[in-house]
Design a protein around this ligand. Sequence first.
Ligand SMILES: Nc1ncnc2c1ncn2[C@@H]1O[C@H](COP(=O)(O)OP(=O)(O)OP(=O)(O)O)[C@@H](O)[C@H]1O
Length: 855
Amino acid sequence: MERQLLLDLGNDITKVRDKSDLIVLFSERIKSLMPFTHTIVTLIDRKDETYTPFLLDHRASVIKDHPEYEDMVKGRFPLGEPFIESVLAADGPVDFNLAGIVDAPQSPAFLRVNFEKGIRHVLMTTLRLGDQPIGFIHVYTDQEDGFSQEFKDIVRRITPQLSSAVSNIIKNEEILKKEREKSFLLDFSNDMTAVRSREDLAIVVKGALRKLNPDGGYVIRKMNADGATMSAYLYDTGASKFDKDLLEQVLAEKYPIHDGVQNRIMDSYIPLLFNVRRELQRAYQLSYLDLWENMGFETMVGIALRNADTNVGLLLLSIDEINIPILQGICSQIAIAMGNIMANEEILRRQAEQQFMLTFSKDITGVKTKSDLDFVVSNVLQGLFQTRIAVLYLLAEDQVTLRPYLFDKQFFDESEVAEREEFYSLNINEEQVRLVFESSQPILLDIDANLEVKCLKLSIQRKQRELSSVYASALRLGDQKLGMVWMLGEQISEPLLQGICAQISTAVSNVLANEHILRLKRQLEDENDYLKQQLNTNFDEIVGSGQAMQQVYRLISRVAESNATVLLLGETGTGKELMAKAIHNASARKGKLMIKVNCAAMPASLIESELFGHERGAFTGAVERRIGKFELANDSTLFLDEVGEMPLETQVKLLRVLQEKEMERLGGKTTIKLNVRIIAATNRDLEAEVKAGRFRSDLYYRLNVFPIKLPPLRDRREDIESLAQFFLSKFSKSAGKKSVKLSANALRQLQAYLWPGNVRELEHLIERSVLLATDPMIREFFLPQATGLTTEVPVMPSDLPLEEVERRHIIQVLRRCGGKISGLGGAAEILGIPGNTVHSKMRKLGISKADYYTH
Ligand SMILES: Nc1ncnc2c1ncn2[C@@H]1O[C@H](COP(=O)(O)OP(=O)(O)OP(=O)(O)O)[C@@H](O)[C@H]1O
């Protein structure tokens, strides 16, 4: 009978598959052998040498309404206590009368709890696998006399089978748990395959983490590009209440990796469980810990997110229980997804950059002028990339100064920069500037460290430091340095920045080249005007075959082809300029234009700039670079008219140029080699001027290499007739008249006259007469009275302004001198003032040749 019972029971035990089967077995099958209240199975945990409830027969439990019931269910009871040690030591089930042991020292609390609920005896038996104890069966009864010997025997007999049944259940549960984990991770991984963006990731992660902890929150932090800090990437506050401002602050902050918490998580290869309050007690000043405390999170788990070997960030979540395989599975998937998303974002960013470069290049290739450039850099660049060019500097010709060329009007006041150009300029040797030019790539400047760069300082002050990064880049065209830009902005990738700078360099060089072309064009137009003027003179028309002129022609033909300096001497109007042109036209230089400078016709201060040109900014008013006559006359002839009037200080410079055959522009540093032939002319007695100290002797000797003296007309009266005839036909033609003739009387008059104004006077007289002639024959000329000092004092009306009196007086004197200004019998001598002064007064009072040749 007993044997049959045990066989049946053994059969039933082998059918046990899971916990509920076991409960049925206890609560129905075994209970039918002997009544008891309830059973519990506890399992030994070798890790901490405890045993803990595994199977609870809730339904039958008499203690479930005991206030300590929950603590008992979760409880972990030490194996080292006498009660359980005696169970382990016993060879079979042991029946304990609770009344005797509940109050004994170190008795487990569950005995007392049961006792308080009317339980009187507990039968304890150890479950073993082989020799190894794995847990205990507790059978409780409220019967005062405990368990029968028969029941104890049955329990002893079935304990090995129960042990293997429990062990099977444990194994089954582990397998099930692993399968659940697997399917959880499989689902998660399936969901992750669809993740393309940060938003997608947020949804999937939230869904998965909610399954693990329905009310929990989480944060994913991303490693920043600096490699030293992390920022929030995804955030979910779960079901918690929180301080909004604090959350805002946390989301905006960058946390150094080595903040005491993050580094521990990153260094740990398994999920790190930490207590928020304890971390705060360690005095870490971390706002995110404050936030978690504020949210009511006590325990957090932190796991490093690693994609291959790269740390991409970390996951932090509020959770009490950690399932390492699941968390690690989630994290490796998140890390891969983040890597993909970032790669995607990078691709999108690059596409946007390429698109930008296309637009920018298109716009910038159209740039022709400075204002076009200004428009493109300020509008396009800023519009598309929130990047501003604070200043664009151009390197000056001295290769040292960087002058502001374009600047952001938001930071700089245009008129102030124009007025204080020097102040706003930089020197290429300044530390920070030098670094920019030494680098082949744009460099990112830390504003705080570079506040000493004055322009930077100014711009930052004005912008209240809204922009934190300053990029500086040299502008180059090939090896040539063009200038430099300071750009203010965020998030510019280096290749893009390089692209932008290269484009700007090209544009700047185009604009400069265009400006240069425009200047040359203007210069060419000026030269053209000059050429046209010159072409009005008929070079071949030198009249006069008398002895004196023959001698002149001989000298001219002898010297013309050489490069020798020629000094033409002679009174005013004797044809010095005409001869200069003849010499030039007979020389190998005739293909180029002879350049003329009238040394008396301008203030001393301007002669130098006229002769040598100047650089922009060489003196007040020098707004543009100007090419001097010397440079213009390169490979040609420079005719220095009225050289005797040249101020002494200019004479020094002229001498230097004649000696060294090279010069610099005013304010310039570059030496310009010259190949210029000099023809100088003067109506002054240069030797006398040298003696009087008004003309440098060394210059005189330099000029006086080949002097040609042109005779005054009164000394070659034989030419008067041919000259008169020449001018008659010339002016008749231009006046559209038939050739006007001269009567014999008129010719005699001309030959008798002294001609202080020489050929020019004759030319003007004939021109006037032809114009006025009503007859085809000029019978009489109205010639001025005898030259020289006259006793006749003209009466001036007394109510004229002083200037007008002066003007009229000078005109009269000039008339008397036949237009001769300097030299013996010239107006300067009569007026008692230097020739230069006469010239300047004439200019000031508007006296032209027409005024004194009209009578
Ligand atoms: N031999 C000549 N044949 C024809 N025209 C002449 C002759 N000599 C001078 N002229 C004319 O007389 C005018 C004055 O000549 P030019 O200007 O060459 O004199 P200049 O000595 O240079 O005078 P200044 O010293 O006042 O500058 C010009 O119109 C020139 O064409």
